[in-house]
Design a protein around this ligand. Structure first.
Ligand code: GLA
Length: 394
């Protein structure tokens, strides 16, 4: 055989061998040996209750194959329960909530709820757009808080049929907030999509459009206690906030406008620090907030989605990371919990500092503070905000 023919047959042999190997690989994948054929995520829908006005409220339980389950009700878009694994793989609920719709309606400090049209405070409930002044309810001392008397935490959201794909289950909740509802101008069409992923993260995507210039600042108000035991305080949780500055407040919790350096203050959470370590330190801002109830100005505001905060409970090993494209985060250490609200499970009450909130958002009172990032939404523009909560253990 000439050299050319030998090379030809050699090449042919190689092609046949590669072909056979590929067939083998494909066959093993096809037979499901290496790739799970089930998506591993699912949902269940159930009736949760009826409001006093006779409106039905549904619950959607989003589940993944690892064992995470997020229960969302259409009243307030509230997450009533959210299970996460500890270092031994045990899944337990890690968010404060109630057992029934009537308890949520009777009085809820925003446990697990969607917040809007403007999350956090607006001084004296007043703001102007293009020279027109708008007046909102003053439902927090002299100020407006979390959208007013009937904010988005107290309305019924319309749920679309959840979408299940190979690694995620998504629940889209929609609400039309009418022009001048709670005093805000413009019909605001809002979609909030909760997506539970196979990797134990929950994404929250907020989208909104308006037909008149308005202001928007949406957030999620879950109270976490990563111990899974709500009789324990959250003081031993180690928190990280990727922020070099926070917003000092006046006695009514409205930002003064100053950006205060966290260095050398109890507000420095750039390295892991327990909530309890300095919460009772002598600091005028801790006195005003009755603890931590402040907005941290997050670093790297121009990069979009990035890691902004984390919380770790050394006892259980539960670790929560928060990713967001928002410029700020309100860290609230459950200072108003006072042992009067009934605990989920029917026994006991939620004592002082048994839950904390990490609410991604724009700065409080932004509509009245021109140096703060803008919160105005105009017709033709789209409000888009994204936050992801990722659980793991260490
Ligand atoms: C927010 C506020 C707190 C408090 C809670 C709800 O986080 O910043 O001051 O109102 O909501 O009790």
């Amino acid at each position: 055989m000439s050299l050319i023919i030998k090379i030809f047959f050699g090449f042919l042999g190689l092609v046949v061998i590669i072909g056979l190997t590929q067939c083998k690989t494909e066959k093993s994948v096809d037979s499901g040996e290496t790739t799970p054929t089930e998506p591993g995520v699912s949902f269940e829908k159930s009736a949760y209750g009826t409001t006093q006005e006779g409106e039905p409220v549904d619950m959607y339980s989003l589940k993944n194959a690892q064992g995470m389950q997020v229960d969302v009700i259409t009243y307030g878009g509230i997450i009533t329960s959210w299970t996460a694994p500890d270092k031994n793989g045990a899944y337990e609920n890690v968010v404060l909530g109630y057992d029934s719709l009537s308890q949520y309606i009777a009085g809820n400090p925003y446990f697990g709820a969607l917040i809007g049209r403007f999350g956090n405070r607006i001084a004296k409930g007043k703001f102007s757009i293009d020279g027109t002044e708008y007046s909102l309810a003053t439902n927090d001392g002299p100020n407006h808080l979390h959208g007013g008397v009937k904010g988005y935490d107290k309305v019924i959201w319309t749920a679309a049929e959840p979408v299940v794909d190979s690694n995620a289950v998504s629940l889209k909740l929609s609400y039309l907030s009418k022009d001048m509802e709670e005093g805000y101008p413009g019909n605001l069409k809002i979609d909030v999509t909760y997506t539970l992923n196979a990797d134990n993260s929950l994404d929250v995507l907020y989208e909104a459009t308006t037909d008149k210039a308005t202001i928007v600042n949406l957030t999620q108000h879950s109270y976490f206690n990563l111990t899974g035991d709500f009789t324990k305080t959250i003081l031993d949780h180690e928190i990280v906030l990727n922020a070099d500055h926070f917003l000092p407040v006046d006695a009514t919790l409205i930002p003064t406008g100053e950006l205060m350096d966290v260095a050398g203050t109890p507000f420095d959470f750039r390295l892991p620090k327990t909530i309890g370590k300095e919460i009772v330190a002598e600091h005028d801002q801790l006195t005003k907030g009755l603890g931590y109830d402040h907005c941290w100005v997050l670093n790297s505001q121009d990069v979009g989605d990035r890691l902004v905060a984390s919380a770790y409970d050394p006892g259980s090993g539960r670790f929560l990371e928060i990713w967001s494209d928002e410029p700020a985060i309100q860290f609230y250490s459950g200072n108003f919990l006072d042992g009067t609200l009934p605990m989920k499970g029917g026994e006991g009450t939620y004592a002082h500092r048994t839950g904390f909130c990490l609410e991604t958002q724009h700065y409080p009172d932004s509509p009245n503070q021109p140096d703060f990032p803008p919160v105005r939404l105009d017709p033709g523009d789209k409000y888009v905000s994204y936050t992801s909560f990722k659980f793991s253990t260490k």
